[in-house]
Ligand binder design. Structure first.
Ligand code: BG6
Length: 513
């Protein structure tokens, strides 16, 4: 049977970077093994990057190139569908250099090895330095790369030098600004690629396609037709051995400052002048600046924070957050946040944006739901307008990537018989297979010099400026602490009851994704 939704390719523009190489700092770590090496392999094997390509792994762990290649093969075998000869050909393009990130000698050797690899593989177009290391090392590594002359670009920007860093970008406005200044001392903004991996997800990119490559949605995308918006990023996992980081960060820093704010920004932004990096990023910053700052009153009314207690997820008993390894028994770190935000501009004034994210919720699901207003009047007497469910457009970010629109429609049978009808498009059904991993898109864009899907420093600073007052109040304790109480929720539920009340007070409720 034909799928209910069909797709016909109209235009597909994929550019090819010039032959280049990548230096992965932290090459022996988790991110490299889980995401970076498999993504680089996939790009290479699918010929999205030139065959003339090389990887230079760099880390503190003492290891030979032969041992590193073993890890590369294992990482590919775990994550990719690879023919042995392809895997072998890729592994031969990988080399390793061990050293101390603070030692200038490492960078002198790196300069020689980089030049040698570029010459050996004919990949002299440019180099990416991927910093898969703890954020405290960003400044020191970038400073030493610069001192060794490794960030200097050629005439007219060729060969190019680019640096990729990952969140967290600071832990508040002051530290984010300081990090920004430290890096900008030795790098131009056009050389800095700050990753928010949500922006690399196909479905998150589809928000802009859906809004601005179609004429039917945008006229409705405003306060006249939209009742409210719900953005959810739910995870069933707990800490996953990251207590050291998470205890210090908490969910607001871990998920809101970046992923949730970016989904909000793409949903709410004004039409960019073009799909060019700074046009899109200008609009992201503009809409974030229009988000109404949280007041002291909002700590009680518009924000709910929670921490999971013991419970059951996927039929398995799981411990309370405070009983997780590495977590203080009295920890007040939040693992759940729900918030009501307002955007003070002509398009969105008065339309609430409800955002929530949490660990140990019933399942992993991220979505953006645009809930439209009810019809103004019902001609279907005795049905009242409120008997006709308002339309909802859901952008499923993961795991069932797709789009669903719920409308009211005549049901077979009685003359007055109406009900919900959901039109659903699912990526896997229509395009077959999994959408590519976000890191593939982002690594490729970095090699192409396209910064559209990377964060600009000003966006990071605006989002911190919105969260700083909340984090301050939460950390101060005492009277303020009571204002923003930490609620408990059973693992495996959709969060604290107070989060239901947040919408309940407005006569609305959370969707069950
Ligand atoms: C990361 C957070 O940025 O995103 C993690 O640090 C979180 O805590 C992860 O689990 C979620 O990403 P994804 O792609 O699985 O939704």
């Amino acid at each position: 049977m034909d799928p209910a939704v069909t797709a016909r390719l109209r235009v597909c523009v994929e550019l090819m970077p010039k032959p280049c190489g990548i230096v992965v700092f932290g090459a022996s770590g988790d991110l490299a093994g889980r995401k970076l090496l498999p993504s680089l392999f996939n790009l290479w094997v699918r010929k999205l990057i030139p065959r003339s390509f090389f990887v230079l792994g760099c880390a503190r762990t003492a290891m030979t190139t032969a041992e590193f290649r073993e890890r590369v093969r294992a990482a590919i075998a775990r994550r990719c569908e690879a023919r042995p000869d392809e895997c072998e050909a890729f592994a031969r393009r990988c080399a390793y250099l061990a050293g101390d990130y603070f030692d200038a000698a490492l960078y002198a050797t790196l300069a020689q090895r980089l030049a040698a690899s570029a010459a050996e593989f004919g990949a002299e177009g440019g180099a990416v330095f991927y910093l898969a290391v703890p954020p405290a090392l960003y400044g020191p590594v970038v400073g030493r790369l610069s001192a060794a002359g490794l960030l200097r670009q050629g005439e007219g920007g060729e060969p190019w030098r680019r640096v990729v860093i990952e969140k967290p970008f600071g832990r508040d406005l002051a530290s984010a600004a300081a990090l920004g200044r430290e890096i900008r001392r030795v790098l131009g903004e056009d050389q800095i690629y700050r990753i928010d991996h949500y922006l690399g997800k196909e479905t998150v990119q589809n928000i802009l396609m859906l809004r601005f490559a179609n004429a039917v949605f945008e006229p409705l995308w405003n306060r006249r037709y939209v009742d409210h918006v719900q953005i959810t990023a739910a995870e069933s996992i707990g800490l996953e051995h990251r207590a050291g980081y998470f205890e210090e960060a908490g969910l607001l820093r871990d998920m809101f400052q970046n992923h949730l704010f970016m989904m909000l920004a793409l949903t709410a932004l004004e039409p960019p002048v073009s799909f060019a990096a700074d046009s899109v990023r200008d609009e992201i910053v503009k809409v974030l600046r229009a988000v109404r700052p949280f007041t002291a009153e909002d700590l009680r009314g518009a924000l709910v924070r929670g921490q999971y207690a013991a419970g059951e997820v996927g039929g398995k008993a799981v411990p309370a957050y405070r009983a997780e390894k590495g977590v203080a028994p009295e920890s007040r770190t939040e693992t759940y946040v729900a918030a009501k935000l307002g955007i003070d501009n002509w398009r969105w004034k008065g339309v609430p944006f409800y955002l929530r994210a949490g660990k140990r919720l019933p399942r992993r699901v991220s979505e953006i739901a645009i809930a439209f207003k009810s019809v103004p009047h019902s001609i279907f007497i005795p049905l009242l307008p409120e008997h006709l469910s308002p339309n909802v457009l859901v952008l499923n970010v993961q795991p069932d990537e797709g789009v669903a629109l719920t409308i009211q429609a005549k049901q077979p049978g009685a003359k007055l018989c109406v009900g919900d009808l959901t039109m659903r498009f699912n990526y896997r059904e229509v395009f077959g297979g999994e959408p590519p991993d976000a890191y593939e898109r982002l690594l490729l864009d970095c090699m192409l010099g396209d910064q559209t899907l990377f964060l600009r420093q000003d966006a990071i600073e605006v989002s911190w400026s919105l969260l700083d007052p909340v984090l301050d109040a939460w950390s101060r304790g005492g009277e303020e602490e009571r204002a923003g109480a930490l609620h408990s929720y059973r693992a495996g539920t959709w969060g604290p009851e107070e989060a239901e009340a947040l919408l309940g007070r407005d006569g609305r409720q959370w969707r069950e994704p």
